[in-house]
Design a protein around this ligand. Structure first.
Ligand code: HEC
Ligand code: HEC
Length: 347
């Protein structure tokens, strides 16, 4: 019994830390009400209260999904063919099912406000999965939904759609993953299912993920990337890359710094960022940068500090690089740039 209590208290302490971390940016009221409920939980020694909605974490690295590995390339769209068309807003049924679709949509576009307990930065899902997760070549949800469950040799496991979403919460949102059976997860899955209506399952649809931009023959240059950034990106994302807010909300999301995606996110790979940028940025002017410019500016962006990789091993950037980054595309985690080792984190 004593042992059980001690374990319970330890679990609470862990959960408390993560809740405090994820609500750092929430309003004072939110923080104080969370603190009250945590204090109550502590008093009654019922760890389930705070823990039940948060995903089981694996013991070795403290995260539910182990990585955000690259997606296989989808086929190019055939000449004259159309991308999958998700149903229109007006087709959302006026019943409990429709309500769940709308809830998922709301979480997807306004993640921080809808589910602050799971978000640790200033991003929304739709910042990278554009047009509310509908836009082809911006990792649309309709193309994702039909490709799960998926076997991955990397972890020798069949990964579910919920696990993939958990990965984006932990890395892209620098937060805590909702449990597979939580309401937030049900809402996001229902919204994805709805957008995929009439799409074939198990078929990699044109428009999935971001189209690959091959690495230029001469590699990339962070210095040239800085010039591309000043000319094409700073206007919206800010000269300092920290984005722009109106009130508490970002109208232009941060590209680095503590409110951005963390060092474990897929976007931290220069190749993945180049793919996204080439197809989708500058906003409204996708496919205007050359491949070289996309790689250069992606390298410049990802040579800045951001929140630490939550899989950090024994406080060592070197060990973490070896295990998680050495074979994960092109990235600068643990690499020396201008005399400084990147990957120190912002917190
Ligand atoms: C006209 C304003 C504008 C310009 C110019 C612009 N962006 Fe963006 N960018 C946005 C907006 C808005 C979003 C979020 C999209 C959404 O939520 O629908 C975004 C999203 C992003 C994201 C994903 C979210 C994040 O914060 O990491 C990246 C990366 C990005 N932009 C990089 C760039 C780069 C690199 C350039 C220059 C080549 C650029 N952008 C130019 C407005 C702009
Ligand atoms: C900082 C950018 C970013 C944010 C924010 C983000 N994601 Fe992602 N997401 C990615 C990247 C990058 C991938 C992998 C794409 C690749 O490697 O080509 C991905 C992959 C996915 C996939 C799998 C796509 C597929 O085709 O298999 C799903 C589903 C997903 N994200 C959902 C979400 C949800 C839900 C949220 C919000 C809770 C979110 N993402 C927030 C960048 C982001």
């Amino acid at each position: 019994m004593r042992d059980e209590m001690t374990n319970g208290m330890k679990k609470i302490a862990k959960v408390t830390t993560s809740i405090m971390a994820t609500s750092l940016f929430a309003s004072g009221l939110m923080v104080s009400s969370l603190m009250t409920s945590v204090a109550m939980a502590q008093e009654n020694a019922t760890p389930e209260i705070a823990a039940e909605k948060i995903a089981e974490k694996s013991a070795d690295n403290g995260v539910a999904m182990d990585d955000q590995s690259q997606l296989p390339q989808a086929p190019k769209i055939k000449a004259g063919a159309e991308y999958h068309q998700p149903p229109s807003e007006s087709e959302i049924p006026d019943n409990a099912f429709g309500e769940m679709i709308r809830k998922g949509q709301a979480i997807f576009v306004d993640t921080k406000r809808e589910v602050p307990e799971y978000v640790g930065n200033g991003m929304t899902c739709a910042n990278c999965h554009m047009d509310q997760g509908k836009m082809p070549n911006a990792a649309p949800l309709w193309a994702a939904y039909v490709m799960y469950p998926a076997y991955r040799s990397k972890n020798n496991k069949v990964n579910t759609y919920a696990e993939r979403i958990q990965g984006c919460f932990q890395f892209s949102m620098n937060g805590t993953a909702p449990a597979a059976d939580s309401e937030a997860m049900t809402a996001l899955i229902t919204y994805s299912y709805w957008l995929a209506k009439n799409a074939p399952t198990g078929v990699s649809l044109p428009g999935r993920g971001y189209p690959e931009v091959p690495k230029p023959a001469d590699g990339y240059s962070i210095e040239r990337g800085e010039i591309v950034y000043k000319e094409n990106c700073a206007l919206c994302h800010g000269a300092d890359g920290l984005g722009q807010k109106v009130g508490d909300n970002y109208v232009f999301p941060p590209l680095w710094g503590q409110d951005s995606y963390n060092w474990g996110a897929g976007m931290h790979r220069i190749n993945t960022a180049a793919d996204f940028i080439k197809a989708n940025m500058p906003l409204g002017k996708g496919n205007t940068l050359t491949d070289q410019e996309a790689w250069d500016v992606a390298a410049f962006m990802n040579s800045h500090e951001r929140p630490q990789d939550p899989r950090l091993i024994e406080g060592s950037v070197e060990k973490t690089r070896e295990k998680y980054h050495a074979n994960d595309g092109v990235n600068l985690y643990g690499v020396e740039v201008n005399g400084v080792i990147l990957g120190q984190g912002t917190n």
